[in-house]
Design a protein around this ligand. Sequence first.
Ligand SMILES: [Fe+2]
Ligand SMILES: [Fe+2]
Length: 308
Amino acid sequence: MPIEYSNREKSYQLYRKGKQEGTWDPDDYDFAADKDDWEQFTDAEQNRFLASCAGFYDGEEDVTRTLAPYMMALDALDNEEMPFDTVQEEIYLAQQVYEEAKHTDLFSRYFEEVFGTQDTEPYREGGYQEQGYSTDNLYDTADELLAAINGGDQQELVYTLGEAYLNYMGIIEAQLARGGYLSFDQMIELKAEEMGRDVVLESFQTAIGKVRQDETRHIENGRWVMKQLAEAEPDIVQDVYEPRIEEYVENRLLTDTQMEMPFEGYDQKRIGKQTMQYLQDTIDYIGADRFDEYSDIRQTVQAQRAAE
Ligand SMILES: [Fe+2]
Ligand SMILES: [Fe+2]
């Protein structure tokens, strides 16, 4: 079935936007000045910054390698029965997988040229990245999608796809990655202040700005698809979305384990507030009135904190 050009949906519009915005090249950035800046970081600062970068480098590779089954699952859905065009969404994801590969490419180059290593393992162990949600889980999600495709049950396929979108776009991209960008902003700003400079690691921040722009589209598309799936199977919100959100809230928002923070003035609370708003935005996009316990995330978290 060809795309209905008279009915180009959100996923197609985002694909079109991506054709214009997503054309940047990691090879365009020169990291020589960043390397000089990096040498001004103390060991503790380097370790903390590397812990975030290691999570991102591994995460970008993981999302690149596990997105293909999402396209296969969309293709296995009965398009006529769905409230959205699965083909336009497949086209969107074809663009996304290319962008994720480019993000991996950026971190790969940065590790090589600035950090002088390709080994992320020492920086991830016991780090914040491992708490509750890890991008390693995406490989299981991909296997579950393949099993649902082979199983052939349409409702099961919609449920599995909904859980997959929630993990990938709803939690890893919308929560963990965006929280990570806020952390980069603070670490870089505080280090620049300490050094009496306007900016440090300037190429890193500029290139990450491009990644963030790409991720904004990925997140919006993900929220839109989760909403479409909720229209197809309204029970998915309480059967699949809420339990997954609950797990995230318990592991991330209610647990206050913090890594040691060598950057003076670092404000973890501010990041916590902002990421809570991101989660509310996802819930609002899907439709807060569809949710039972998590329609108002701030209220639910406050009630759970009070009960502890
Ligand atoms: Fe990415
Ligand atoms: Fe992404």
